[in-house]
Structure formats: structure tokens, C-alpha cells
Design a protein around this ligand. Structure first.
Ligand SMILES: [Zn+2]
Length: 225
């Protein structure tokens, strides 16, 4: 096996108090619980945020089941962020450039490109934005139409990602794309930053943290070239 690579491309969005947040969701905030100035030893902080702020992976329990202690959040299933299999989050990936687009990504738009992806590549990221304002939540964002989610499942993809806050339209009530992806066993990444990435094939590393009771987790997503 050859692990050498020339370049690491960071495709994660910065997270701080100015980071955009889905309307009604909990933004990032930080409290300094001990400062170096006062303690002369260390800085310590405590943080509050929805795990959907910044670049993240949703876990299946985001859209189904229960987060009550003792129900889904145990080690016997893989529905929480920390219990998900890591296999899909590491491996060859194709980036498909649709930027700039604020439309839904329909199967007809990407079918040919998906079929042209190398056979060993079972992950795909859709680039829809050339510019991103990390501090403003844009309601008008590109999302994945459910027929594309079906197609990804049929083609055997294991991960899909995009550079907007959700795989579904903001006004979607039934979250059909989330559900179709989950039914096919795909995982998905949201709020990527693909501005500096050209269409092509890379190696993805984007691991969710081992939060055993959460429905999503921040990831530090990188592409290796
Ligand atoms: Zn999410």
C-alpha cells in the first residue's frame, strides 16, 4: 500500500461565535472557565453548540429513533455519531463541480458525471459554491434532490457531501433526501468548503468524533491529493 500524498486540502469551515447556524439551532458559544492570566497555569474553556454548526456528519438518529438514554445511544447499534462505522468517512472520493448553483441537484444533472467516476470511488462531494460567507445563513442554498439520493444508492455510493447546510431543501418537511440516503446506508457531510477544490478524484478523510449520545458530529474534513 502506498500512503504518500503531495498535498492536504482542508475542506472544513471555521467554527467560532460568528459561524452561521440553521435558524432556531444553537450557535457556537464559548466560556473561559479558567484563564492563564488569572491561574498562571492554563486556559480552560467550556463550549455550547449544535453539532450541526460548521462541517459535520449527521448520524442516523438525527432523523429516526430516540436519543433517550438506554434506547438508541448504546453500543449495540450504530445510529449515534460516535457509534457509526468509520469506513465510509475514509477513502477515494470524487468532487463534482456544479458551482455556482443554488438549485436542487437533480439526478439528471449529475447522472453522467457519477457514471464516469472511477469504479473504486464510492464517495462523492458536490461543489455548489465559489464563495461562502461563513457568518451568514443563506436560505437559498443548493441541496440534493431525492432522485439523486436514490441514484447514489443504486450506484453503490457510501458517502455524499456538499458545501451547504443540508442535503435537503430548507423548507422540506419530510427530509426525503436524508431518509433515502439513510435507507441506502449512505452517510453524508454538510457545510463543506470546496471553494479551492477542482473537480477530480482525491482521498477523503472526514471522521466524526466519538460522541456516543449525539445525532451528529463535527468533522475535520480534508482531501489528500
Ligand atoms: Zn446536519
Amino acid at each position: 500500500m502506498n500512503f504518500s500524498f503531495e498535498k492536504i486540502i482542508d475542506i472544513s469551515q471555521p467554527v467560532d461565535e460568528k459561524s452561521a447556524c440553521f435558524p432556531g439551532d444553537t450557535p457556537f458559544s464559548r466560556k473561559v472557565t479558567l484563564s492563564y492570566e488569572s491561574s498562571k497555569i492554563i486556559n480552560l474553556t467550556a463550549l455550547t453548540m449544535s453539532p450541526h454548526v460548521g462541517t459535520h456528519a449527521d448520524a442516523p438518529v438525527h432523523i429516526k429513533g430516540s436519543l433517550s438514554p438506554g434506547s438508541t445511544a448504546d453500543s449495540s447499534n450504530d445510529t449515534t455519531a460516535g457509534a457509526m462505522s468509520l469506513t465510509a468517512f475514509i477513502g477515494p472520493v470524487a468532487v463534482i463541480d456544479l458551482a455556482p448553483s443554488k438549485a436542487g441537484i437533480a439526478a439528471s444533472m449529475v447522472k453522467e458525471k457519477l457514471k464516469a467516476v472511477s469504479e473504486r470511488v464510492k464517495r462523492v462531494l458536490f461543489k455548489t459554491a465559489d464563495t461562502i460567507n461563513f457568518e451568514v445563513f443563506e436560505e437559498d442554498y443548493s441541496y440534493i434532490e431525492s432522485d439523486t439520493a436514490e441514484l447514489l444508492g443504486q450506484l453503490g455510493f457510501v458517502l455524499v457531501g456538499l458545501d451547504t447546510p443540508s442535503v435537503d431543501h430548507i423548507r422540506s418537511k419530510e427530509l426525503s433526501t436524508h431518509n433515502v440516503l439513510d435507507r441506502h446506508g449512505l452517510v453524508w457531510l454538510e457545510n463543506l468548503d470546496l471553494r479551492a477544490v477542482e473537480e477530480g478524484e482525491y482521498f477523503l478523510v472526514a471522521l466524526p468524533l466519538k460522541f456516543m449520545d449525539l445525532e451528529a458530529s463535527p468533522v475535520r474534513a480534508v482531501l489528500l491529493k
